[in-house]
Design a protein around this ligand. Sequence first.
Ligand SMILES: [Zn+2]
Length: 171
Amino acid sequence: MANSTPSMPVECRLHEHDDRHLRQAIALADRARARGNRPFGALIVGADGSVLAQASNANGESGDCTAHAELSAIRAASPHHTREQLAGATLYSSAEPCVMCAGAIFWSAIGRVVYGIDAVRLRAFRGERLDQKDAELSCRDVFAASSHPIECIGPALIEEASASHRGAWKS
Ligand SMILES: [Zn+2]
């Protein structure tokens, strides 16, 4: 059986405004952790640069296993913005979106995603073996199946995005 380590996703370089918004998502991840949740944060920024919504993971506080940052941010933004507005928006996430959140991004019509730490590096923090492929579907697989284009940029700011996870998955 092949037992090779999968290659690590290569870090993307971002424009300055993307850097700034992604750092804000990472700060929201740290805020989630400080409140006893898994360290994830997300914000949605409109085409004009205004913040449409932001959220931190709330699994620990709410007991809701779907209280992911991206999903909560989309739920906050979606009722107040048209699909056209959301199509021009970017969702910044401190980590690569899971398949549930990728589905929500699809339904929201948000046209662009920028994320920090990737799922491969995240698995290492979660204590899973890097050399074992699990059943996770990449958000890019979901976006590739979309009827409208969804641009996906990441991983980015890997070091900063990783810092939120150090020592956060011990229990
Ligand atoms: Zn998710």
